[in-house]
Write a protein that binds this ligand. Structure first.
Ligand code: FES
Ligand SMILES: [Fe+2]
Length: 349
């Protein structure tokens, strides 16, 4: 089951053009394209006639023409032309979805369109804020979305999954970790005080001595994880909020369920040093991509096991504190959305 009344990332802005793109989102086939003036459109990717994906068709004068028998749909999903006949049945229409382009991503609303308020889009401004260098990427994962959320809420895995890339054992052994839950989010704060900077930080920040290093994970439902990470020279006051003389980055993750078993994983990295230099951005993206591919191998192996025996017993450990809080919030939101949908159905009867 998916939470529907949320904005999800459907695509990177550059993926969408005059050529229709088909993508399954929350188990529904969706076709994405742009009108001639650049306006993005999202429709159900299934012709009302004989169910061919409309993404196999093409745009003709801002209408989407089905590849099979040529029915044409406008941007609202209404059929406006049937070859060889004058009357168009009212049933000749497909669903349309609200979309908004923001932070170089295309956001889609899969729930009740009446509730689609663009102000509720989660903040990812670092991706197009000129005071940060940033870039985003896409990974397809053969695993349930929750596996990715769990992974990003517990960074102790860096010491094991990423021991040859971005991890070191100080993250587990020397860290002070605090988990804070609010009404609609979880923050996991980890400080590593007076420890050597990892090699990537030394390269980026030129640190000659020990650093105070932070990882602050912010989880916002259903599957948004924004990680504030960085370091400053030890003793300069970063834990008290004075971040001077160091480096800061945001690792930005937005996971969109494709099906129960597969996910769209949009992620990006922003940095506040060497901002105007795209080579620095590319270098960071490349390093993190290498690490994320190590994670994807973990998710896909977990998924294979989960499909052999669904809902097996599992053991929790201390490091799961953030994961458990996030799951509680998600359970509550599922119940609330389910109850609201049921009430709406009763009212309609
Ligand atoms: S299936 Fe689309 S026009 Fe026939
Ligand atoms: Fe990881």
């Amino acid at each position: 089951m998916f939470l529907r009344n949320y904005w999800y990332v459907a695509a990177s802005g550059h993926e969408i053009g005059q050529r229709p793109l088909g993508r399954i989102i929350l188990g529904e086939p969706v076709v994405l394209y742009r009108l001639a003036d650049g306006t993005p459109v999202a429709l159900e990717d299934r012709c009302a006639h004989r169910h061919l994906p409309l993404s196999m068709g093409k745009l003709v004068d801002d209408t989407l023409q089905c590849h099979y028998h040529g029915l044409r749909y406008d941007k609202t999903g209404v059929c406006v032309r049937i070859p060889g006949q004058d009357t168009i049945p009212r049933s000749a229409r497909v669903k349309s979805y609200p979309v908004v382009e923001r932070y170089r991503w295309l956001w889609i609303w899969m729930g009740d369109p009446a509730l689609a308020d663009p102000d509720k889009i989660t903040d990812y401004h670092w991706l197009d804020d000129p005071s940060w260098g940033a870039k985003s990427q896409y990974l397809h994962v053969k695993g349930n979305w929750q596996l990715i959320v769990d992974n990003l809420l517990d960074l102790t895995h860096l010491a094991f999954v990423h021991d040859t890339t971005i991890g070191n054992s100080a993250l587990v052994d020397q860290a002070q970790v605090k988990v804070k839950r609010s009404e609609d989010g979880v923050t996991v704060t980890r400080w590593i005080i007076d420890a050597p900077a990892p090699p990537t930080f030394v390269k980026a920040g030129g640190f000659a001595s020990n650093v105070d290093r932070w990882q602050i994970i912010n989880f916002t439902p259903p599957a948004f994880l924004r990680l504030d990470v960085g370091a400053t020279p030890t003793g300069t006051g970063a834990p008290e909020g004075r971040r001077v003389g160091g480096i800061g980055m945001w690792n930005l993750n937005a996971i969109t369920p494709e099906t129960e078993r597969t996910s769209h994983y949009f992620w990006g990295q922003a940095h506040n040093f060497d901002v105007g230099n795209p080579r620095t951005t590319d270098m960071l993206i490349e390093q993190i991509r290498t690490a994320f591919l190590e994670d994807v191998a973990v998710f896909e192996a977990q998924q294979r096991n989960l499909e052999l025996i669904p809902n097996p017993r599992q053991t929790d450990i201390n490091a799961d504190a953030g994961v458990i809080q996030a799951r509680r919030i998600l359970d509550r939101l599922h119940q609330e959305e389910g109850a609201a949908a049921a009430a709406k159905m009763v009212a309609a009867e």
